[in-house]
Design a protein around this ligand. Structure first.
Ligand code: WTA
Length: 658
């Protein structure tokens, strides 16, 4: 039985306990339904009310939603605010100055803490350093930093002066960095000498140097600020590169926030789509902040005494919303972790939960699956009784992993919020609320109040419950993507396609609702996007990287199910020379894997590479991807292959390359 089938027949239900309901901010199904009803009867009234209650405005808005240029929607457009003010000053002014904002645990185990007051002065000081370098409102700044307090300071400092940050995950290559620098037209890069993960030092600054060499003579980048993490060797280019501490020297730790319009872009975050290059998803300031704060309060039910830990990296959207912005906007205490879950052993997460008395823990199914495999008994060695709520994000969680998480980590006491959302949505879209929703392993259950999710067919008609189709959102919502940076047409085509009538947001995922409960289950991407360990990868991107190698004539990339990573990347490759075998094939596979690692980043390396003299194509010359998917899975080929020019290549492609 496939994973999806097993989710659809899942009949275990876990209603919230009385104690959880009593404590929860949104308490009981009736309260949830009342919110949904309020949104349905007065959509703008509902979001307007919440935006007044959960965001501090310098200048209040009078317009809630402007649809005049749909699908380029505007929210709270005449309001002004500053996101960093909402995350820092607001809390200090409310008397939380001495509360710990961040507990940072380094890869090697060293712990440091920063209070709200300290974080505010560090952000202000660094914001002044950025200003002194001529960086101003609207400028784009690339952040290529490890998980660190500096990473959060850099992001918040950009927000403070109205600069638009674009964080690039430290696992991306120099080539990927170059593409993003150019696309964003960045004026500055903030990086570190090296990062430390699993006891190993990995250089970062050399990748920036390489990227800037690739960018070439007319580089828009005037400044590179380098944080010292390990003291590893760094080549500092005079006039361009400056150490973080030197940039800060002499700067005041007071910085008046730049009050920006609600629609002013807070950040760009590059993500993979089905075609071409990664796209710069543009988010707003006001609407984004509202949803970050609201989902912290309703989905995570955050309370003043909680210790919140989201294990994502700030290079992904989860790290933006649930590390840099959401928890701080709520005055919470949160953990920031530099290392990896399996170092020094697979008990690291559980030890950290015990040591820091974590009460809310948010991680990805891929981490759960790998920790079950690497040390399923390890949680028993630690005291996990501080936990009261668990979360999952990034990919579908299989019911078995869900049950293990629920019993072994949550002790059968803690609700699991399986939160479905995307880089483009800014925050949770479909998710249980702990004090409301009966949980079903493998289902993200019901829409967040006010989010009008539905399932439609290929013409945009809503389907009855029980029928699978495309997941859409029927109405704009405050934290939605505003556009693709520099490419508004691609934004429209990707997310508001005319086939569906041009007014439905197309998520790119398939989904089905349970015929009785209406619970949503995500059945996987409907486009050529893979989800490997919760990381989004475009098959076309990997194909372009492969064919850029001088050995390669043609390549097709598909996903296949993988017990650990959810999906694994499988590449079918035609070489310009003859089809390699034996040791020769092994050598070419290694070479191509390393090549993709350099072109995109290690996370994009194909796990499985197979060689053929050709690829299977239809009469019109289209690659038969479905057939390749069957081959990758090792399934019997049931498709019609009578049109294949050379059926013998199927035999070749069935064979793993090495
Ligand atoms: C998938 C991550 C099932 C989905 C926040 C989506 C999920 C893509 C879930 C977005 C979930 C995310 N259940 N699938 N709870 N959460 N996905 O942009 O395919 O990195 O479209 O955002 O991850 O990935 P992204």
């Amino acid at each position: 039985m496939s994973q999806i089938e097993s989710v659809l027949v899942e009949n275990r239900v876990f209603p919230p306990s009385e104690e959880v309901v009593k404590r929860a901010t949104i308490s009981g199904m009736a309260a949830y339904e009342a919110l949904c009803k309020e949104a349905e009867t007065d959509y703008t009234g509902y979001w307007g009310r919440l935006a007044k209650e959960h965001v501090v405005w310098k200048q209040p808005f009078t317009s809630v939603l402007d649809e005049s240029n749909a699908p380029f929607y505007k929210w709270f457009a005449d309001g002004k605010l500053n996101v960093s003010y909402n995350c820092l000053d607001k809390n200090v002014e409310a008397g939380l100055g001495d509360k710990v904002a961040i507990i940072f645990e380094a890869d090697g185990g060293a712990v440091s803490k920063v209070t709200y007051k300290e974080l505010l002065s560090r952000v202000a000081k660094f914001a002044n350093a950025l200003k002194a370098k001529g960086i101003k409102k609207g400028d784009r700044v690339i952040i290529y930093l490890p998980m660190s307090i500096e990473g959060i300071v850099a992001m918040q400092a950009c927000a403070r002066i109205g600069a638009i940050h674009s964080v690039v995950f430290g696992g991306f290559s120099a080539k990927s960095l170059e593409e993003r620098i150019l696309d964003a037209g960045a004026v500055a890069v903030i990086t570190a000498d090296e990062q430390t993960r699993g006891g190993k030092n990995i250089p970062l600054k050399p990748a920036v140097d390489e990227a800037l060499t690739l960018v070439g003579a007319n580089s828009p980048v005037k400044t590179v600020i380098v944080a010292k993490r390990t003291g590893g060797a760094c080549n500092m280019v005079a006039g361009r590169d400056v150490w973080w501490t030197d940039a800060e020297a002499g700067q005041s730790d007071v910085c008046e926030p730049e009050w920006v319009e609600a629609e002013h872009p807070l950040f760009l975050l590059y993500t993979s789509g089905s075609t071409g290059k990664p796209k710069g998803v543009q988010h707003s300031s006001g609407g984004y902040l509202l949803h970050a704060a609201l989902t912290m309060k309703w989905t995570f039910d955050i309370k003043p005494d909680d210790v919140f830990w989201c294990t994502a990296d700030i290079g992904w959207v989860t790290g933006h919303t649930y590390i840099t912005y959401g928890p701080l906007a709520c005055g919470a205490t949160e953990i920031v972790f530099e290392g990896v879950p399996t170092f020094p052993d697979a008990g690291r997460f559980w030890k950290m939960i015990q040591d820091h008395k974590v009460s809310i823990f948010y991680t990805a199914p891929t981490a759960i699956r790998s920790l079950i495999k690497a040390g399923g008994d390890l949680p028993k060695k630690y005291d996990l009784t501080s936990l009261r709520l668990l979360g999952s994000v990034g990919e579908p969680i299989n019911p078995e992993a869900w049950m293990w998480y629920y019993n072994e980590i949550g002790g059968g006491r803690c609700p699991i919020v399986d939160t479905f959302w995307q880089t483009e949505t800014g925050g949770h879209m479909i998710t249980p609320l702990p004090g409301v929703t009966p949980l079903v392993p493998g289902s993200c259950t019901l829409p967040f109040p006010g989010i009008q999710a539905a399932i439609v067919d290929e013409t945009g008609h809503e389907l009855e419950w029980g029928k699978g189709g495309f997941l859409v959102v029927k109405k704009p919502w405050p934290s939605m993507i505003r556009t693709i940076w520099g490419d508004p047409e691609r934004f429209k085509k990707s997310y508001y396609p005319e086939d569906l009538g041009g007014r439905l947001y197309l998520a790119g995922d398939g989904a089905v609702r349970n015929a009785k409960t209406g619970n949503f289950t995500i059945t996987g991407r409907i486009d050529d996007v893979l989800n490997v360990s919760g990381h989004r990868m475009g098959t076309m991107e990997i194909e372009s990287a492969l064919v850029a190698n001088p050995l390669v004539a043609e390549a097709a990339v598909v996903g296949r199910p993988d017990d650990l990573t959810g999906e694994a990347i499988c590449a079918f490759v035609v070489l310009k020379g003859s089809r390699p075998s034996g040791e020769d094939a092994k050598r070419v596979i290694k070479e191509l894997q390393d090549w993709v690692g350099k072109e995109i980043g290690p996370i994009a390396k194909p796990k499985d590479i197979r060689f053929g003299e050709n690829l299977p194509k239809t009469r019109s010359g289209k690659i038969m991807r479905r057939l390749l998917r069957s081959l990758a899975k090792g399934e019997e080929v049931t498709q019609d292959v009578s049109t294949l020019e050379n059926p013998a290549i199927l035999e070749q492609l069935k064979q793993a390359g090495a």
